[in-house]
Design a binder for this molecule. Structure first.
Ligand code: RIB
Ligand code: CA
Length: 316
């Protein structure tokens, strides 16, 4: 029986691969719908990108729901310098196909609430790969859904790794630290793929070549997108590839043996200043607080990329 999931995201190149990986894995995952948030680029662009990706995958059966265009308290911070002006710039300059269907009328937060309430308790898994604004607003509007969820799996935060948007903070948490704090303190069953694990999943030249050559029609387009996505992080970190953050969440739901983690206490720092948005992670149980997050710490990068390549080839 496939696990029923909702995906909340801000495409963004790595969100794009997460969406396509989920669509390519019907035996393991039933993607009920996609909710979108402002993040890597503004909401109108993240919504359009999501709709274009569904057109690329020839999936006109999946609804896209527009959510919050900005964080709960702060002004939005975007990342066009990483993802390009469209949010999905490609190495070749080629654009994705036009969308097949309009965005759904319902607000993303109401989609999340209604989907969880209409399903059996414990049936829905929520995956979030962007700022957590939609999730926090849904939890505030409908606290009953927190316990009804099977679990929430996010890409965000960093335990030992430095931040990628400030020295202390990872982008998704930093954009909306107040939403993140509300979610981390909500009692939801939470698994966190932070920079500690995603910085091990680098899009090296052999892995990019494999996606291009063995990922089928969609893989060739993804390789063109990732060719662009690689540029900023290779320049910033000097690594031989950018970290492919968001698909870690989906790959783990497909094959839990790909990654390992440990329950730890994590709190989000919302104090104004250099630590704003830091996920303060109690790796060695130094504090008194009970663990509240499964923090993923290690994984098999070769198997991760092999899974992505194989599944993308099945989208033809
Ligand atoms: O820090 C990386 C995260 O921020 C990824 O989810 C990326 O898509 C951006 O949303
Ligand atoms: Ca993202």
């Amino acid at each position: 029986m496939a696990r029923r999931i909702l995906l909340d995201c801000d495409p963004g190149h790595d969100d794009a691969v997460a969406i396509l990986l989920a669509l390519a894995s019907p035996a393991e995952l039933e993607l009920i719908g996609i909710s979108v948030v402002g993040g890597n680029v503004k909401l109108d662009a993240t919504v359009l990108n999501t709709r274009k990706l569904l057109s690329l995958a020839a999936r006109d059966d999946i609804d896209v729901y527009a959510g919050c265009p900005r964080p709960m308290l702060r002004e939005i911070v975007t990342a066009e310098h990483v993802h390009g002006d469209t949010g999905l710039d490609s190495g070749s300059g080629r654009e994705l196909p036009d969308p097949l269907r309009p965005v759904a009328d319902k607000h993303a937060v109401n989609f999340i609430i209604d989907s969880v309430r209409n399903a059996a308790a414990g049936e829905i898994t929520l995956v979030a790969t962007g700022p957590l604004t939609n999730i926090a607003v849904a939890f505030a509007m409908a606290p009953d859904i927190i316990e009804r969820l099977q679990e929430l799996v996010i890409m965000g935060g960093a335990g030992f790794e430095p931040g990628n948007v400030t020295p202390a903070a990872e982008f998704n948490i930093y954009v909306d630290p107040h939403a993140a704090r509300a979610v981390f303190e909500s009692s939801v069953k939470l698994t966190m793929f932070g920079l500690d694990i995603t910085h091990q999943m680098l899009i090296t030249p052999p892995r990019l070549k494999a996606i291009e050559e063995h990922g089928g029609r969609v893989g060739a387009v993804v390789a063109d997108l990732l060719d662009f996505f690689n540029r900023y992080d290779i320049g910033k970190y000097g690594w031989d590839g950018a970290p492919l953050h968001d698909p870690c969440t989906i790959a783990w739901l497909i094959d839990p043996t790909l990654f390992e983690g440990r329950l730890m206490h994590v709190v989000v720092d919302t104090s104004e200043g250099p630590s704003l948005g830091r996920t303060v992670t109690d790796w060695f149980g130094a504090g008194e607080e009970e663990p509240n997050v499964m923090v993923m710490t290690s994984g098999d990068a070769d198997r991760f990329f092999a899974l992505i390549t194989d599944r993308l080839s099945q989208l033809d």
